[in-house]
Design a protein around this ligand. Sequence first.
Ligand code: B12
Length: 453
Amino acid sequence: MKILLVRPPRIKQAITLSDFMFSEPLGLEMVYGILKSNHDVEIFDMMIEDMSLTEKIKSYSPGAVGITSLCIDVNKVIGLCSEAKTVNTSIITVVGGTQAYLNPKAFYHESVDHIFEYTNSSNLKKLYDFLSLNKSEIIDGVRSKIFGYKSSRIKGRNEYMLPDRSSTAKYRGEYSYFGYKPAAIMEFGTGCEKVCDFCLRWRIEGAKERLIDPDLTKNDLNNITEPTIMFMDNDFLANNEKLEAFTRLVKELDLNKNYIMYASVKGVIEYKEYLKELKSLGLKALLVGYETFSDDEMTDYHKKSTTSDNLEASRILRELEIDVWASFMAHPDWNKNDFKLLRNYIKKLKPQITSISPLTPFPNLPMYEKYRESLLYTADDFEKWSFGQVMIMPSEISLRSYYWELLKTNLFVNLFVNNNTEMIKKFGLKNIFRILAGSLKAVKKYIILMMEN
Ligand code: B12
């Protein structure tokens, strides 16, 4: 069977970080890796392509179209399924991805034939082989329209499979992480035991840290040709075993690459010695969630670190000359003075890059119930759940003032805290212009939102 795997285009009206962080569609590369032996498969990345899905279907003539999804993509994905059916009513439409896992019901629609609530090599092979043979049966992890989207009731999680990176060969020069372009993305260990209250990631991967099969990892590392690898692990500095395994493997394979990783503040403090070694092996930057200047909020978020731990971690990383790409969350109870306290706190932490997003109580989190009454949008206003837009009505200042404070703080960090000369030296003017253009887009969207409220 001919299968077209699609990543939907960016949602223009949503505030996204895609101009700074733009990685390959890893999930689709995994699906491709499994299906290629029995089918003719192609990936169509609409975040890059100019061609419409209709044109692509007319030239490739697939029997099935499989689309990946994130929270903000729901309407777009349903629209693409309808478009595929309009071109040819016999095309089978399949939806998978993070949003299909977190909220499969969002895709119950006449144009969607199958939804992969979770994906593994077995249910993938089964569904597509059945489609080729015109057979149907309820498959674990798959909700099919002909069975009223009923599930087999067997629970599961997405399996980390070997991605076929050659499937995105023609797009790979475009994938980047901040100033690092081209960059690949992979995972070394899944799950997170920190279970912070605002975070979706342990909900997706589970609250237990687990290393991915070392043979798969080795194989994958050998296939990556990009000079930079972004590790999407929730906390790369989770434990000794993981750090030992990684440093051993990098030496064994004699890799000579740049690494970017997510790390917890606790991990930075506890594994300072390993950080020295990681730095010597190629670690360039850590994405660290400092979150807030307030210890009460840290406790409220069930964060396992304090605001003084943040300061200690920042000292360690400065000493080791490892860049910090810090993230913060604006609490709905902040007033003007709180935003000022945040700006002063960021000045002390001196991260190389800073992002501030409004606290987003995603529907699958306990926080959703806590803030339900003060939500500005409903759970199915999908395009709003971008983690960039204010979702909870501010309690202390007007929404317009809140957006103004967010804008002011973002401009302040970009212009006065981030060391732009150092960044130009590191990444070159072209990359800095790309990042600045992305920031301006976000600023423009904040100005529009401010005027609207
Ligand atoms: C890499 C990444 C990105 C990449 C690209 C991801 C992509 N899929 O295209 C980039 C940088 C572009 C990105 C952007 C955004 N992201 Co992001 N991202 C991630 C990250 C770090 C890893 C995702 C990943 O690759 N996972 C590994 C792959 C293998 O998993 P997977 O895609 O689910 O695939 C599996 C199955 O779902 C299945 N599958 C996937 N697709 C399909 C399709 C078919 C047909 C089938 C059968 C199966 C299938 O196959 C895989 C088997 O294991 C996650 C955090 C995390 N750990 O999950 C956040 C995350 C997914 N992102 C998130 C968000 C919010 C965003 C943004 C909205 C942020 C923003 N404001 O800019 C944007 C939206 C982009 C847009 N549409 O414009 C949220 C998602 C929340 C949600 N409910 O969907 C997450 C969970 C982070 C968070 N805040 O908690 N992101």
